[in-house]
Ligand binder design. Structure first.
Ligand code: GLC
Length: 416
């Protein structure tokens, strides 16, 4: 198996690091790996380790702003011009169809990975028309973080429904002058993830075939989810400034101790437990709330790594791909950064579990997860939802008008 051979080659090279080997400047091979900034430093450490073990090749880690839309747009600019400046891209799970259809990312060589070693969902996110386009790197799902200490002190159980949630906010957060709920409401991809969780937890959905068969029902669902979010503002549970928050804005407020509840991805756990956190040891995790009689669902996210179709160094790029997605790399990123591994075995690693005792509770959350709509036109789909939901939350248009606009524009995209 090619992946195994590459890995073996890497291990052999690791033991054969010789001082005084030719420098990358001499050999001239530089590989650029572009991915979202990793505040834990684990990715940089891995790259440095790889470089030390591979005289003759230098991998340059190009950290990108964590915002997925910014990364998307920069990559599209480079790739649509067949740019060669980046050899390996870390891709959001929602981009595979678009990038693969455009021919921007290279199909993974047959046998490069053993699919049974990986979680099914992330692997499926990388498959387009039956072809695998990269290797899963880490997986994500929306999580509700809460202040365990404050709920316990008030004798209030962890809320399961939105009514219980609202009650907890009004009883515990507001009298203390804290925010009840911080989440991602800026006009960007993160809003889609949070909004879909509101929608699904109310029993709603937004599949393309349902839009075609029952547009009025989808409109009702979409408007109800907007109403739910508006009620957080009306009740003073969320500040209007949520409409400018991305992940890190809300995360900072929570780890500074200013909020009772926080919706974010798993990475926020290590930040809450980090040295600078004011809520260390005080945080619990739970599935997202739902309406009475419904089920809460988390949006599936995550990031994969793929090789550019335009790389001038495909072999070296593949070799690094095998390294950055191998068990050790996933383990280090799980331990240092709390990134959820995509390899089954990493979940059984005692060091990983010792550093992340909460991984067990994540499984509770991950029982009910859903994907965003899958389409090669996903950026347009996302843009339509972002635009109208954000305008409705900012009270520029009524919830039902926003819902009607989303349904009619998505129907148009589906018919393209
Ligand atoms: C996280 C998720 C990604 C999602 C993004 C939205 O990075 O892993 O899938 O699109 O957040 O902000």
């Amino acid at each position: 198996m090619k992946g195994g051979l590459l890995l073996a080659a890497f291990l052999a090279a690791t033991v054969a690091v010789l001082p005084g080997c030719s420098t990358p400047e001499e050999s001239g091979i530089e590989i650029v790996f572009s991915a979202g900034n990793d505040p834990s430093g684990a990715t940089e450490a891995l790259v440095a380790e790889y470089n030390a073990a591979h005289p003759g090749v230098t991998v340059k880690f190009q950290p990108m702003p964590a915002n997925t839309d910014t990364q998307h747009d920069s990559y599209v600019t480079i790739l649509s011009a067949h740019g060669t400046t980046i050899d390996l891209y870390s891709l959001d799970v929602i981009w595979t169809a678009e990038f693969a259809k455009a021919g921007w990312i290279a199909p993974l060589p047959e046998g490069f990975i053993a699919p049974e070693e990986f979680l099914e969902g992330p692997l499926a996110s990388l498959t387009y028309e039956g072809v695998l386009y990269g290797v899963p790197w880490f997986t994500d799902a929306g999580v509700l973080y809460y202040r365990k200490d404050l709920l316990e002190e008030a004798g209030i159980p962890v809320p399961e429904t939105w009514d219980e949630f609202r009650h907890a906010c009004l009883e515990v957060a507001l009298p203390r002058g804290m925010d009840g709920f911080v989440w991602q409401g800026a006009r960007y991809e993160g809003l889609i993830c949070d909004y879909l969780e509101f929608l699904w937890g109310l029993g709603g959905s937004i599949e393309f075939d349902r839009i075609e068969n029952n547009p009025a029902a989808v409109e009702d669902d979409l408007a109800a989810a907007i109403e739910l979010a508006l009620s957080f503002f009306a009740d003073g549970i969320s500040a209007e400034s949520v409409l400018t928050y991305k992940e890190e804005d809300s995360r900072r407020l929570f780890t500074e101790g200013h909020a009772l509840f926080h919706r974010n991805w798993p990475y926020a756990w290590s930040m809450a437990e980090g040295e600078e956190s004011k809520v260390r040891g005080l945080v619990g995790i739970a599935p997202l709330p739902h309406a009475d009689g419904e089920t809460g669902y988390s949006t599936i996210g995550g990031w994969n790594v793929a090789v550019s179709s335009y790389t001038e160094h495909p072999e070296e790029a593949l070799e690094f791909l095998a390294f950055i997605t191998n068990e050790r790399a996933l383990k280090l990123r799980a331990i240092e950064g709390g990134y959820l591994p995509t390899r089954n075995a990493t979940y059984e690693d005692p060091d990983v579990l010792a550093a992340n005792p909460h991984f067990g509770s994540f499984f509770e959350v991950f029982k009910n997860t859903r994907n965003r709509p899958r389409s090669p036109h996903y950026p347009r789909v996302s843009d339509v939802i972002q635009e109208h939901v954000h305008a409705a939350l900012a009270r520029e248009i009524a919830p039902d008008a926003a819902a009607a606009a989303i349904v009619s524009e998505l129907a148009e995209i589906a018919n393209r």
